[in-house]
Ligand binder design. Structure first.
Ligand code: UD1
Length: 339
């Protein structure tokens, strides 16, 4: 298959490009480089020994998408990773988030349908589930558009739109993948997560403490109703997550389908920090802080549907993720900017 990866130079996009290339597919990356660097695409080529052409431009612009098809098409499939994803920022910049995260879908679908793509895969999130007590989340768990922040709302809005588009395009395979918490990096240490500024998410924050650019890990609350009092999440190694996209494309059927991509194993904040300390080989400074507003005590999924229907399941655990993230961090202390 020949696949256009919108947002393909980002964290999940680059890992998926590697998985697709390793599985014998061809890829073209479309990315405006607003959250990543061109060197990320070069690293995909270094890892795989195969071409991963990069088209620099915004996936929300029909002319850009059309040019990508003209120059590198035809494509069998589009995977849409291109989105703004900072939850806190989304509450401050709702218009920017809705515009970017929806316009990209519109442009990719308009051009893709006109050019005869067979499959469209969308990066969604486990935060679309509305009832925090309905654990583990299955694809049948209640969702809502009325979520706590514009980022999550924009993801659920996309899902609703895609279901309508699938209904009137019966030949099209539309697959929505709801990611839980992606962590880790490629084993080579050549590609990984490269957040700008102070990271919001736990593993990148811990890793910055380990490399010495942040002082101590803040643990957002130890009084939740969980076994050790800290939040529980379903951390999925980004390479497993990437492989989920390959499985989804290979098994895609006409119509609209939704899959959770997670491990199904809840891991606490303290467990993740301990696993990272083990990978680093020393204890890290840490401090319990107040709960972060908007956080839930626990979220994890039942990944059974993806296992049954896509033949996919995770192979890597939290220890692998910490080892690989730390390898990436040590090899690239200032991320791609230092390359
Ligand atoms: C966050 C986003 C979610 C997004 C996901 C991507 C929020 C509210 N949610 O999920 O929409 O899909 O990232 O991975 O931002 N924690 C600390 N100290 C830190 C950072 C986090 O204790 O410095 C704790 C949090 O309270 C939570 C856990 O670590 O219990 C994971 O946090 P994080 O990595 O930010 O992910 P989520 O909040 O689950």
């Amino acid at each position: 298959m020949r696949v256009l990866l919108a947002g393909g130079a980002g964290y999940i996009g680059t890992h998926t490009a590697v998985s697709l290339l390793d599985a014998g597919h061809d890829v073209v990356l479309l990315d405006d480089l607003s959250g990543t660097h061109a060197v990320a695409a070069e690293r995909v080529e270094t890892i795989t020994g195969r071409a991963a052409p990069l088209v620099v431009g915004n996936a929300a612009d029909d002319a850009v998408v059309t040019a990508a098809f003209d120059e590198h098409g035809p494509f069998d499939a589009i995977i849409h990773f291109a989105a703004f994803k900072a939850v806190g920022e989304s509450t401050q910049k709702p218009l920017e988030y809705y515009a970017n995260n929806l316009d990209s879908t519109f442009a990719l679908l308009r051009v893709g349908l006109e050019r005869g793509i067979r499959s469209f895969v969308f990066s969604s999130t486990g935060t679309v589930y509305a009832d925090p007590d309905d654990l583990p989340f299955t694809e049948e768990s209640t969702t809502s558009v009325d979520l706590s922040n514009p980022y999550s709302k924009s993801k659920r809005m996309n899902e609703v739109i895609l279901a309508d588009v699938a209904r009137v395009n019966p030949e099209l395979n539309v697959t929505v993948l709801r990611y839980f918490n992606p962590v880790g990096a490629h084993r080579s240490g050549l590609i990984g997560e490269d957040p700008a500024g102070i990271p919001n998410n736990l593993m990148p924050f811990v890793s910055r403490v380990a490399i010495g650019s942040l002082e101590r890990v803040g643990i957002f609350g130890d009084d939740y109703d969980t076994p050790d009092g800290t939040g529980l999440r379903d951390y999925i190694h980004v390479v497993d997550l990437a492989d989920g996209h390959v499985a989804a494309l290979q098994k895609a059927q006409p119509g609209y389908a939704v899959y959770n991509l997670g491990t199904g194993v809840p891991v606490s904040v303290l467990e993740l920090v301990a696993a990272f300390e083990e990978a680093v080989g020393r204890e890290l400074p840490k401090q319990v802080l107040a709960r972060r507003p908007g956080d839930v005590a626990a979220t994890y999924c039942d990944p059974g549907k993806a296992r049954r229907e896509l033949g996919w399941s995770t192979r890597l655990g939290i220890d692998d993720a910490c080892r690989d993230y730390w390898h990436w961090q040590q090899s690239n202390p200032s991320g791609y900017a230092g390359a």
